[in-house]
Design a binder for this molecule. Sequence first.
Ligand SMILES: N[C@@H](CCC(=O)N[C@@H](CS)C(=O)NCC(=O)O)C(=O)O
Length: 201
Amino acid sequence: MTIDLHGYRTGNCLRVSVALEEAGLPYTVRQVNLTLGEHHSAAHLALNPSGKVPVIVDHADDPPFVLSQSNAIMMYIDQKRPGVLFPENTMMRAIALERFFYFVTDVIGPGMAAFRVRGSDEARNSLLESSLSAWADAHRFVENSKYMGGDEFSAAEIAAAVYIQAYHRHIDWAAAPRLEQWLQLVMSRPSFERGMKAFGK
Ligand SMILES: N[C@@H](CCC(=O)N[C@@H](CS)C(=O)NCC(=O)O)C(=O)O
């Protein structure tokens, strides 16, 4: 029994496809083409009345379990395959969560807001600057560690690396050599690569 992942090629959906790949959970992509407005269809609204993606439907449950919100889905995946997205050790887990939420709230949050802001270049630039400077500041997390949360790969990698793809050209990589090495390490993981291609391209 697999999980259906309803989504499109966006950061929120890619975080989930990468997480499913990393956890080794079988899933089937159900494309919801946002440019064609398929997220407003009756079928999609029945799964998620807010009309957003991603949504998963886990057929292992009867009736199937439906869940939206990318970060809640990642926590659900973590519970289905403990120890892959977040370490099981209490303190290591707390650090990985700290870094995961750093990327979700301090980096991705303002970045998404910048993308949506209309009519004010000043507001857009300020949000983008705040997002990218928080991203660059994550240099300190990997200065003496292999991964963002320590020695183990975690969902913090997924949050950070998926996001930065869209802003790659804005980063001064020469000033952040460890970040560049970390990104190469993460992006070369076969499971990560498969997850990034889940919605095509
Ligand atoms: N907080 C939600 C955000 C979901 C979201 O905004 N999804 C976007 C795609 S990344 C969407 O469905 N946009 C369509 C719309 O807002 O009409 C999550 O993390 O899943």
